[in-house]
Design a protein around this ligand. Sequence first.
Ligand SMILES: C[S@@+](CC[C@H](N)C(=O)[O-])C[C@H]1O[C@@H](n2cnc3c(N)ncnc32)[C@H](O)[C@@H]1O
Length: 411
Amino acid sequence: LLDPATIYALDDINWSFSGNMSPTRSAYGLLDARNIHWYPATYIPEIPYSLIELLSRPGDRVMDPFAGIGTTVWQALALGREAFGGELTLIGQNSCRDIWALLSHDTNLRETEDDLDSRLNSWSGEDFSKEFMETERGALLAPWYSVGTFKELAFLAHIEEALVGRPAFHLFRLSTSAVLASVSEQRRGWGCIADNMKPREGDFMSAPPSRNPIDRVLKKASLVTRSIASARERLRYPEDYIPMAQESVSHIFGGDSLTSGALAPSQGYDLIVTSPPYPAMVDYSTAQRLSYYWNGLSPELDVSKEIGARRRRFSSSSLLDYTAEMINAVDAMKGSLKVGGKLALVIPVFTTAGADDPRTIALQAVFGSPAASGLELCWQTDRILPTGRRQLNQKWTSLQRENIRIYERTR
Ligand SMILES: C[S@@+](CC[C@H](N)C(=O)[O-])C[C@H]1O[C@@H](n2cnc3c(N)ncnc32)[C@H](O)[C@@H]1O
């Protein structure tokens, strides 16, 4: 199913991408979405880059139906593929659309950053807190921020209205979403924010006058601009394919990928590369609680549609639900591929509880199911997660290994 040269190349990669083992690939300076937004469980760009490079050709249709903040999408664009993504959470979708707009050739990055800078630097201390407090989003956000921080957020909300429709809106929305958690008074990390643990009175007593969100947004925006500018220099489009900002509308599908059209049989993808939701590990929507609030929305509706949601972990049917939903997802992914198309997956390997770990059994059920018939396994390998990443995620997972596997749709 795979030619010997491809298998040789796949075998030759150090999939842990740790240390100095793969200098040639890191030398590409791939757009690493993790520098842009802290969205959890985002995989390293080297993985999708290598898979796309070896399993598809320029111009091919490449999809990630669990796109997160689009790591796969950016690598596909960098390699001149026609890139698609599907993502359930509003924050993941928005981030994908914003990054897409900033990457596209019709956005002048320098002007965009200047536009945002001059507006944010125009703040001379005016207080819009009262009117912000009267909006739905202001009321949702207030319990999480000190008075001084809230005052600056009120100014940011005020500015936002004037940015709608301008390229700077994308830079603003992305950067604001990325800093909202770190300027809140819940100092014990996003896990507590996900669990809706509001800061306590004592937390406010020890708070500085402001955590400077305006300044933080400016700094973030500058970092985002720099990462995107250098990624743009490396985009290798075929001459006839230059994505425009508005193309994100037809290439990024929002909502549940099983019903949004992302995996419609008519799509005929050449390649799907994805890291699907892992069972009972992270709730992506509630992790972005404050960004949902910024949009005047609650994350609860989206979290109820998330495959593998951690919040269901205590329910006895949680793993059964996960298995059933993933079987449907595998079936839909297969159905949206061309015959001969490839499906490349990064899935967890649970080592701590042995072979009887119910999560392992659930994954076996998914890939041993009839939905997977017509999909033939062509290649697989395990990768060891670097310790740094493990420590970062310790509260959520003791995951030490992942399995990368490639299937071909044979009929
Ligand atoms: C492991 S993450 C993928 C991260 C991504 N590969 C990246 O590096 O940015 C899984 C993603 O699947 C999304 N997801 C969960 N259920 C979904 C559904 N039914 N439809 C679409 N996306 C879903 C989650 O919100 C999360 O962003």
